[in-house]
Structure formats: structure tokens, C-alpha cells
Design a binder for this molecule. Structure first.
Ligand code: ZN
Length: 234
């Protein structure tokens, strides 16, 4: 009896990264964020664009896990089509001045790397830049919620590059990670309260006298509460 071979060729198999979607439209619902140097929004853009590629099962074309097949391989043609699609998605979601940096790359993978190098020339550089940005951050008349949002996203970005140490003691008695986490939380809390406007200076003092210091989210909740009271009673 003949074996039943129901497996689809990859270009027709929606679960394969080589799947060539016949319903392809060049202007599919991209992430709304356009990558630009003026907005310095690489972190946000990268995460949204990867989510988009994940829905299409195409992240392998930028992270290097889908390799270029030999030109004689039956996968080569679907690879070329998918690669071109990922490229066109990418080029449709970057600002014009960035096109020149990436549009002429041979592969989506290369274009992805070229863009990354513009925004993250090195991890140390990025860490330094983010730390300086955080220290310079002030509420500056903004609503507390907006100021907190700016600060929180900068700290989240920093965590991506300046990772906390992992413990290797097994069953953890060294508490390396716990202590590093506590240290980072203190830094986050301090940076947040130090940047508050003067009319909230008394909450800053209150928070800084707390022992233990609250986390950034807890500090935000306290400050937000004060801001609401202040708005209610003048
Ligand atoms: Zn440990």
C-alpha cells in the first residue's frame, strides 16, 4: 500500500516560514510606528515589527534562522519571494532617510542588521545613551502618567541591553539576581521621584524616606494619587 504523503510543499504550507501567501497585499496592516532617527523609536518599532512578522511566520528572515537555500534547491524560489516581501514590509515602515541605509541590502536579514547598527552601534553605547537620557528626564509640567510612561519605557529598553545577572549557583542561595533586581528598582524609583516637578516635591520626600523604597510602579501609584488629590482640592 502506498504511504500517504499528505505533507504540503513548504510554499503552500501556512505553517512553514517559506509559505507564499496568495492573499499577499503590499499594504497590509503594518505596525503604525514608522522607524525614524528623529523619533529615536527603534526599540518600539523593533518589537512591533517582530510581532507583525510573527503573525506571518516570517521572523526567521530577519533573525537569521531561515538560511538562504542553494539556488538549485526547490526552496530557493519561495525563499526569494518571502525575502522580497519581508524587505518590502520593512522598507514600508521606515522613514525616507533610513531607506538609503537599508534598501539596497540583498536580504531582509542584512537590511535588519543595517538598521540595528544605526540605532544600536554597540550595546555599551546604547546603555550609556539610555542612562544619560533617564538621568536628564524631567516631568516638566507633564501629567504624572505621561512622565511615568516615558520613564518606564526607557527603563524597559535599558533592561533589554543592560541585563541583570543570572545566578548559576543552582537552587539559588547566592541571591545575585534578587539583589541586582533590588538595586535596579531603587535606581528606577530614585530617577522617577527626582524628576518630579517641584509642586510634588513633598511626595518625593515622603517616598525617599520609605524603607524599603517602593518599586517604580508603586512610587507612580503614590504620586498619581497625590496628583489626583491636588487636582481635586487645588
Ligand atoms: Zn544563586
Amino acid at each position: 500500500m502506498a504511504e500517504s504523503t499528505t505533507s504540503l510543499s513548504p510554499e503552500f504550507d501556512p505553517r512553514s516560514p517559506y509559505y507564499v501567501d496568495p492573499d499577499f497585499e503590499p499594504n497590509e496592516n503594518f505596525p503604525k510606528v514608522i522607524l525614524s532617527q528623529a523619533d529615536d523609536n527603534y526599540f518600539t518599532w523593533k518589537n512591533l515589527f517582530l510581532q507583525f512578522l510573527r503573525r506571518k511566520n516570517k521572523t526567521g528572515f530577519v533573525d537569521g534562522t531561515v538560511e538562504i537555500p542553494e539556488p538549485s534547491s526547490p526552496l530557493y524560489q519561495p525563499w526569494e519571494v518571502c525575502n522580497a516581501r519581508v524587505m518590502s514590509w520593512m522598507m514600508s515602515s521606515v522613514s525616507e532617510d533610513l531607506l538609503a541605509h537599508a534598501a539596497f541590502a540583498d536580504t531582509a536579514r542584512k537590511a535588519w542588521e543595517d538598521l540595528r547598527k544605526i540605532f544600536v552601534p554597540s550595546v555599551d553605547f546604547k546603555i550609556n545613551q539610555l542612562r544619560r537620557r533617564i538621568l536628564a528626564m524631567r516631568q516638566d509640567g507633564d501629567e504624572v502618567a505621561r512622565y511615568f510612561g516615558r520613564m518606564k519605557s526607557a527603563w524597559m529598553e535599558l533592561r533589554e541591553y543592560d541585563r541583570l545577572p543570572e545566578c548559576s549557583c543552582g537552587g539559588c542561595r547566592c541571591e545575585v539576581k534578587k539583589r541586582a533586581e533590588e538595586g535596579r528598582e531603587k535606581e528606577e524609583c530614585y530617577a522617577f521621584v527626582m524628576g518630579l516637578d517641584e509642586d510634588l516635591g513633598y511626595v518625593r520626600t515622603q517616598i525617599m524616606m520609605m524603607d524599603p523604597l517602593p518599586s517604580l510602579d508603586e512610587a507612580y501609584a503614590l504620586v498619581n494619587n497625590e496628583e489626583n488629590l491636588k487636582n481635586m482640592f487645588g
